[in-house]
Design a protein around this ligand. Structure first.
Ligand code: ADP
Ligand code: MG
Length: 230
């Protein structure tokens, strides 16, 4: 472990308007070490997804500071934020978020092409083979099982070779066996590439596989356990 790859200092965020306004994140300070796997757990509505989006630079806090890989996200323009995300972060969602009109290969190649990388399709093919989908390159999302779609989403997240992967309940839409295979894949990637992982999960077995868990309740960090507890 060398230093902190993600660091949040006293982050506050409210969302919604008027009577629907919610103080979602309340004074959150948190640091994640390079190569660490952190499980983010807590009741529904405690702010896990929002916190992940703040870490990924997809939501801006009202107050506080977010540092990614030594770069302060405060005050970055939308374009600059998008570049930081593209270079440093891979994001995996519960509901896959694949483009339905694109094949697996096109879905994985898209962010590479948008980032102006050369050889996007060759890279996409390699990543899909790496997640065991070398024989599904030209399938559309609707022609793939849930577990296969999530593996495409993981290949898409990994294709730009990000230092950080964040995943929001990546097994939430999968049955136990399929979810287990997806989790194995995420941890294999962490091992092989030294990727830092932040996982939101309801699944205790998945949380246990992380180096550390951070517990959220009503927008605050209430406990941070280390793996030593296991
Ligand atoms: P979790 O992922 O832990 O279930 P979320 O981060 O999705 O929690 O949401 C935390 C709280 O913030 C919830 O009470 C939710 O209703 C509220 N919230 C999230 N997004 C918005 C929004 N855009 N407007 C108003 N409230 C929101
Ligand atoms: Mg959530």
């Amino acid at each position: 472990m060398t230093g902190k790859i993600i660091s949040l200092e006293d982050v506050d965020l409210s969302l919604g308007d008027g009577a629907a306004r919610v103080h979602v994140l309340q004074g959150i300070s948190l640091a994640v070490s390079t190569g660490e796997a952190v499980g983010l757990v807590g009741p529904s509505g405690s702010g896990k997804s929002t916190l992940l989006m703040v870490m990924a630079g997809l939501e801006r806090p009202d107050r506080g500071r977010v540092m990614l890989d030594g770069e302060d996200l405060t005050g970055l323009s939308e374009d600059a934020l998008a570049r930081v995300r593209g270079r440093r972060i891979g994001i995996v969602f519960q509901s896959f978020h694949l483009v339905p009109t694109m094949t697996a290969l096109e879905n994985v190649a898209l962010p590479l092409e948008l980032a102006g990388r050369s050889g996007a399709f060759a890279r996409a093919e390699t990543e899909l083979a790496g997640v065991g989908l070398g024989a599904r390159l030209h399938h559309y999302p609707a022609q793939l099982s849930g577990g296969e779609q999530q593996r495409v989403a993981i290949a898409r997240a990994l294709a730009p070779d990000p230092a950080i992967v964040v995943a929001d309940e990546p097994t939430g839409n999968l049955d136990e066996g399929t979810g287990g295979a997806v989790v194995d894949l995420l941890f294999r990637i962490k091992r092989e590439r030294g990727t830092t992982l932040v996982l939101v999960t309801h699944d205790a077995t998945l949380a246990e596989r992380c180096d550390r868990t951070v517990h959220l309740r009503a927008g605050r960090v209430v406990a941070a356990d280390t793996a030593a507890v296991r």
